[in-house]
Design a protein around this ligand. Structure first.
Ligand code: F6P
Length: 548
């Protein structure tokens, strides 16, 4: 089998890479007035400007050829068609089916059509949301729900949390959402302080129904509710669940009709489109949740139909590979120039790092190139007063995605133009940098004496040539949010597909969970003491004593 690095296009890219030592983005823009218009794509109500990348037309063509040679398109089609591309778990990967309003038949590898159960679940969610909002479903005392505590972790938390935060302008009046993920009791306790159990609904989300944090938080919330007036026989009115393990949820005390299904063919970090999105629908209404699905569906269509040279997720994935494997970059930064999108970096962090943090290929062979980058980021303009210094003048290249809605939901005079100017100005500064001559001229303009000017000039030099994408949308809406999240899902897929890894398992998190259970047994003195390594034994002993 030909490996990625043996492909002829990989070798062409290696040759092309050498010419980038002399490549200047600033000069490219001067020499080529059509660069930005040509290196821009509009799809699914998003616009990507990728012209501020270390990229020539030739390299773009070669990268797309690499994708073709590596079989990206057939693998993409296999995913959309329900083939078991998650080969270590023998599962289909069908989160895209959850938002497909066109097809009535999508089969998993076992031959079962998933569409009817998706439709039935959406209908059930719609009814449930309407019943909660209209006060048809109430707590034990027949008072309407005012608060929802959503308990879940990882993919059963980040999607609902980030989408609910992002869609705040569409919030349903009279309903407050609270998210609890961490097993740190403080997280739950702080939320419980803010709610009245009598008018609070708990939505527990756990695909497996075995995740320690989620089970423990839900049990403790149930204890709190019972201790604060909710009759034990009414717990089923206040607790609902989303899980692929319906039996376990019912055993826990949920009413069977209030357990929403999840399926093996939806990965946790790809699950916000399923019933795991119930907290989103409760927060913003089912119609807006449907719009979120439509936005993602529009991006799916684009990903499936656009030629690679005009394909937003493909180009973003290829750029990621270009930097990781040919420039040695280790991380990528996401900069949301929208307060409502402040959680997106954390969402994409899980999506990408849990998917592509792998070092063997699909057959288990060690791979010889760098895979999943570290994903991090935050909210513009805060980052400009913190870590942007490293982006501009640090020793390494950190490719950046800048995300900006053109219209604000809160157009307070002047603010949005300043926000946008900061966003665009940062991409410009990263791209063009500042030469030594420019630094000198600037200092001379400030009237500095020659010696002082020379002393400072080198500190003011900015190398430039620092790559960035700019993603624009008219406005942050449920549709554009869906499209944006699906874009990052598919970017992640493209990278994993090219690297030949399985982006849909996460075995790496299992060892920590298993060892954590062993440590807990020691802490609770259920096993012989001092069975662990010396360092961990001493840590456990300190905890038991309660002081250092
Ligand atoms: O929904 P569950 O089964 O509680 O799992 C929560 C999370 O734990 C993981 O399995 C591992 O961290 C994630 O992939 C998943 O989203």
């Amino acid at each position: 089998m030909t490996t990625l690095t043996q492909l002829s296009t990989w070798q062409q890219l290696q040759q092309q890479r050498t010419s980038y030592d002399k490549f200047s983005l600033r000069a490219s823009f001067t020499a080529d007035p059509g660069r930005a218009a040509r290196m821009s794509i509009k799809a699914a109500q998003l616009k990507l400007d990728f012209s501020k990348n270390l990229l020539t037309d030739d390299t773009l063509t070669t990268l797309c050829q690499l994708a073709r040679e590596a079989g990206l398109e057939p693998l993409r089609d296999a995913m959309f068609n329900g083939e078991a591309i998650n080969n270590t778990e023998g599962r289909a990967v069908l989160h895209t089916a959850l938002r497909n309003s066109q097809r009535s038949h999508i089969e998993t590898e076992t031959g079962s059509n998933v569409v009817p159960e998706i439709s039935a679940t959406l209908a059930k969610m719609k009814q449930f949301v309407a019943d909660v909002h209209q006060g048809v479903l109430t707590g034990y005392s027949n008072k309407a729900f005012t608060d929802i505590i959503a308990i879940g972790i990882g993919g059963s938390f980040l999607g609902p949390k980030v989408a609910t935060e992002a869609l705040r302008p569409y919030a349903q009046a009279g309903i407050k959402l609270h998210f609890v993920a961490n097993v740190d009791g403080t997280s739950l306790a702080e939320k419980l302080k803010r709610i009245d159990p009598e008018t609070t609904l708990v939505v527990m989300s756990s695909k497996s129904f075995s995740t320690q944090e989620t089970i423990t938080n839900t049990q403790s919330a149930r204890d709190h509710f019972i201790a604060n007036g909710v009759p034990i026989e009414a717990i089923g009115d206040h607790f609902v669940a989303i899980s692929s393990n319906v039996a376990a949820a019912v055993e826990f005390g949920m009413k069977a009709e209030n357990v929403f299904p999840m399926w093996d063919w939806v990965g946790g970090r790809y699950s916000l489109w399923s019933a795991i999105g119930l907290p989103i629908a409760l927060a913003v209404g089912f119609d807006h949740f449907e719009q979120l699905l439509r936005g993602a569906e529009a991006m799916d269509k684009h990903f499936c139909e656009a030629p690679l040279e005009q394909n937003m997720p493909a180009i973003m994935g290829l750029l990621s590979l270009w930097y990781s494997n040919f420039f040695g970059t280790q991380s990528q930064v996401l900069l949301s120039y929208d307060h409502y999108l402040r959680g997106l970096p954390a969402y994409v962090q899980q999506l990408d790092m849990e998917s592509n943090g792998k070092s063997v290929d699909k057959e288990g062979n060690p791979i010889e190139y760098h895979t999943g980058p570290v994903i991090w980021g935050g909210e513009g303009t805060n980052g400009q007063h913190a870590y942007h210094q490293l982006l501009h003048q640090g020793t390494g290249i950190i490719p950046a995605d800048f995300i900006l809605p053109l219209q604000s939901h809160n157009p307070i005079a002047g603010h949005h133009n300043m926000l946008a100017a900061n966003c665009f100005g940062q991409t410009q500064a990263l791209m063009q940098g500042k030469t030594l001559a420019e630094a000198r001229a600037e200092l001379a303009g400030q009237g500095l004496a020659e010696e002082e000017l020379e002393r400072l000039a080198r500190h003011k030099v900015m190398p430039g040539n620092r790559p960035s994408n700019t993603l624009l949308m008219d406005k942050l809406t449920p549709f554009t949010l869906g499209s944006l999240i699906a874009l990052y899902e598919h970017r992640t897929f493209v990278q994993g597909a090219l690297w030949g890894i399985n982006s849909f398992d996460q075995w790496g998190v299992e060892l920590g969970k298993a060892l954590g259970n062993g440590v807990l047994a020691e802490i609770e003195a259920k096993t012989q003491p001092n069975q662990l390594d010396e360092s961990t034994n001493l840590l456990v002993a300190a905890l038991r004593q309660g002081h250092i």
